[in-house]
Every structure is written in C-alpha cells, then in structure tokens.
Write a protein that binds this ligand. Structure first.
Ligand code: FES
Length: 172
C-alpha cells in the first residue's frame, strides 16, 4: 500500500480575483519581470471592486509570488488606492486656505454629522464617501464642495441637505 500524501500548502484562493485579472496575471508570467505588473493588477482590482479587498491582495501576493508586505506597501504608497469600500457618490470638501477661512471646516463637521461618518469613510447606506481635498483651483468660489465631478460654489452649511438630496440623501 502506498503512503498517502498529505497536502500541507494552501492553494491560492483564485476565486478572490475576477477572471480578467487572473488571466492578466497568467499572461505576465510569460513576460520578463512579471512583478513589475503589480500596480497594473492593483488598478484592475480597484476598478473592479471600487477598493482593494484584503483577501484579494493576499491572492495577488500568492499568485504573483510577491511578499504580501510588498504588495501592501505598494498599495499604501499610492494615494489613489483605497482599502475601504467607497460610497456610490464621493463628496470632496476643499480644505485649501481660501476655502478654510470661508468655513470649509464647518462644512466638513456638518457633513460628518449628517452622514454619520469620519473623513475617508462611506456612509452606512453606501451612498456617500466623505473626503477632503487641497486647493482645487477654484478659490474665487470658496468654499467649494465637489460631489462626484460637480462643483458647488460658495456653499453654506444650510445648503448641504439640499445639495445631497439630489444624490439620494434623506435627512433623518
Ligand atoms: S482653497 Fe479651495 S479652491 Fe482654492
């Protein structure tokens, strides 16, 4: 009777990655320096999921044979990668000097209260992510709030409910 082989390694959970990303990783294996495609893979994942799920990063690390600390390091280095799910709409409050002196900080506080979130997080209903930005180059319109790609100028705290209602916000 032949001895049984005991499998001790865990196979990469390929199911954590979408099919097109798996195919791409497979293609990179045939190329010189496949590890140099890590950023491209992360961009594809972020586009697919809207953020970088931890489990997917583990799978990328295994499939591309790149240490997970390096994968995480690259993902945290670039500000356009995010590790938390994004809301359907992104609200960005400019905190540049011109906007700040005209009350942008108060707008941020009011939005935090309205949405029940901290900066960088998504509201529980998944509708909004609250972010802050540096000068967006529209100082004459300060304070400025941008929702997705629409710019709102000279925003007053009391106007926020009306603005967000256009995107599905329902006051509690
Ligand atoms: S400081 Fe806000 S647009 Fe310039």
């Amino acid at each position: 009777m032949s001895p049984k082989t005991v499998e001790t390694t865990t196979a990469p959970a390929a199911g954590e990655l979408p099919e097109h990303v798996l195919k791409f990783i497979e293609q990179t294996r045939l190329l010189p320096h496949p590890e140099s495609y890590l950023i491209a893979v992360l961009q594809m994942l972020q586009k697919h999921f809207g953020y970088l799920p931890a489990k997917s990063l583990d799978t990328v690390s295994q499939l591309m044979q790149i240490p997970s600390a390096k994968v995480t390091g690259v993902a945290t280095f670039y500000h356009f990668f995010t590790f938390v799910p994004k809301g359907k709409h992104t609200i960005s409050v400019c905190l540049g000097t011109a906007c700040y002196v005209k009350g942008a900080g108060i707008l941020v506080d009011r939005l935090k209260e309205m949405l029940g979130v901290e900066v960088g997080a998504a509201s529980k209903d998944g509708l909004f992510t609250l972010e802050v930005a540096r000068c967006v180059g529209a100082c004459a319109l300060a304070p400025v709030v941008i929702v997705d790609d629409k710019v709102y100028a000279n925003v007053k705290p009391d106007e926020l409910v009306k603005i967000l209602s256009k995107y599905g916000y329902k006051p509690k």
